[in-house]
Design a protein around this ligand. Structure first.
Ligand code: ADP
Ligand code: ASP
Ligand code: MG
Length: 416
């Protein structure tokens, strides 16, 4: 007997029939003698719908109230799933984040989990019940409902698994594992049987939304065995088969079995690039620009400072596209005059494409292959950034899918 955490995403919970299927799958694990905690997302489209309602009333919604609204999607899911289990003759009980409680910091709409009280969960598991906990939400120390950012149910599930020292966290979704790139963009992408935690972290943070980045960080910090697998299979397939399916995130480099240099290609469509032109080249300028951007809670990603000519330089950086207008306003209305820059140029139609692989540590020539491939396709590279296990480029958004396909092929990632 083991204690397992199951997480089901929006599509997996997307209709009454799908919820009934989830209940059958969960019941199968419970019937086999396992203790099961389930963390579902809201039904697909529901969180977007709730955000839409809020925006109809307040275009830039108050963040506390927005959390109050968006957290309801998961409350509906947990109740429905609990009833579906009861209909199968199972004992089940659902909890919202605040009932557990899942304690978070106070950053509304992007809160971080601080601790999870396991008492109520364990007590109910010991009574033989399936415990269902609303994903994506928690309660802050000042007693407000918080949410964990889009895709946050992954993080809720891994955090619950860490708190309960579960033997595995199974992330059930609408694809059957982690692929070499998004299988919706490259149809011959290949499913990885295993991926190292470090690679998964890069994949997630560079745009592969199959797992929320924070969930991968938590899996790494607490060594939670985590598997991504399909919720679309027949719920009655044998557990032994299901338990081996999908993609396992591993913590040892030598489990990097496939010995490939590049494990995956990630991309993020929603980037924007800003150049501050004609900045006086003196100490403190970068911190003045970036400090003001950070104070506005805007995350800066890639940064380039050009060589200075006649004491002036250009300073370029990228921000998430949803923050682009705010960043431009801030620079034009305040920073430009403060630092004596000549101009602010923005481009909100850029994307980021990255090649990721721990094999890069021991292989040279990945960068030249990547740049060569893009050049053969006539794709101009606007910015580059590298780390030990990844290379990212910023390109015009209209070439993004072409770049992903070309790189996926060039690095030999297709299905055999
Ligand atoms: P859920 O609702 O279950 O949380 P998400 O939509 O958040 O599901 O994540 C699953 C989706 O992630 C897939 O449908 C797929 O399009 C996308 N995705 C992006 N990159 C990858 C990848 N490398 N491997 C698998 N899926 C990926
Ligand atoms: N329902 C939330 C969202 O749509 C959380 C999740 O699905 O993980 O972002
Ligand atoms: Mg998700």
């Amino acid at each position: 007997m083991a204690l397992v955490v199951h997480k089901y995403g929006g599509t997996s919970m997307g209709s009454i029939d799908r919820i009934k299927n989830v209940a059958r799958r969960v019941a199968k694990w419970h019937n086999a003698g396992h203790q099961v905690v389930v963390v579902p997302s809201a039904m697909s489209g529901e969180t977007n719908r709730l955000i839409g309602l809020a925006r109809e009333i307040m275009p830039e919604p108050d963040q506390r109230e927005l959390d109050m609204v968006t957290s309801t999607g998961e409350q509906v899911s947990v109740g429905l799933l609990s009833m579906a289990l009861m209909q199968l003759g199972k004992r089940a009980v659902s909890f919202t984040g605040w009932q557990v409680p899942v304690k978070t910091d106070t950053s509304h709409t992007k809160a971080r989990i601080q601790s999870i009280d396991e008492e109520k969960i364990t007590e109910n598991l010991d009574q033989g019940k399936v415990v269902i906990i609303a994903g994506f939400q928690g309660i802050s120390e000042d007693g407000n409902i918080t949410t964990l950012g889009r895709g946050g149910s992954d993080t809720s599930a891994v955090a619950v698994a860490a708190a309960l020292k579960a033997s595995e966290c199974l992330i059930y979704t609408d694809v059957d594992g982690v692929y070499t790139t998004d299988p919706r963009v490259v149809t011959d992408a290949r499913r990885l049987k295993k991926i190292t935690f470090e690679e998964m972290l890069e994949m997630a943070s560079l745009g592969s939304k199959v797992l929320q980045t924070r969930s991968v960080e938590l899996a790494g910090n607490y060594h939670v065995p985590t598997r991504v697998l399909s919720s679309m299979t027949d719920p009655d397939i044998p557990i032994e088969e299901e338990a081996k399916s999908g993609t396992l995130i591993t913590f040892e480099e030598d489990s990097h079995m496939e010995q490939t240099v590049i494990s995956g290609i990630a991309f993020s469509r929603d980037e924007a690039k800003i150049t501050v032109v004609g900045v006086p080249d003196r100490p403190g300028i970068a911190s003045q620009i970036l400090g003001a951007i950070a104070a506005a809670n805007i995350e800066v990603d890639m940064i380039i400072q050009n060589q200075s000519i006649n004491g002036k330089t250009d300073f370029t950086f990228t921000v998430p596209r949803p923050d682009y207008n705010r960043a431009m306003d801030l620079l034009n209305n305040r920073i430009k005059a403060e630092i004596g820059a000549t101009d602010i140029i923005g481009d909100a139609k850029v994307s980021k494409v990255s090649a990721i692989g721990i094999g890069m540590r021991s292989h040279v020539g990945v960068a030249s292959k990547m740049f060569g491939t893009l050049s053969e396709e006539g794709i101009n590279i606007l910015m580059i950034s590298t780390s030990e296990i990844k290379i990212s480029v910023i390109i015009d958004e209209k070439y993004m899918e072409l770049a992903v396909r070309a790189l996926h092929k060039a690095f030999g990632l297709e299905q055999m």
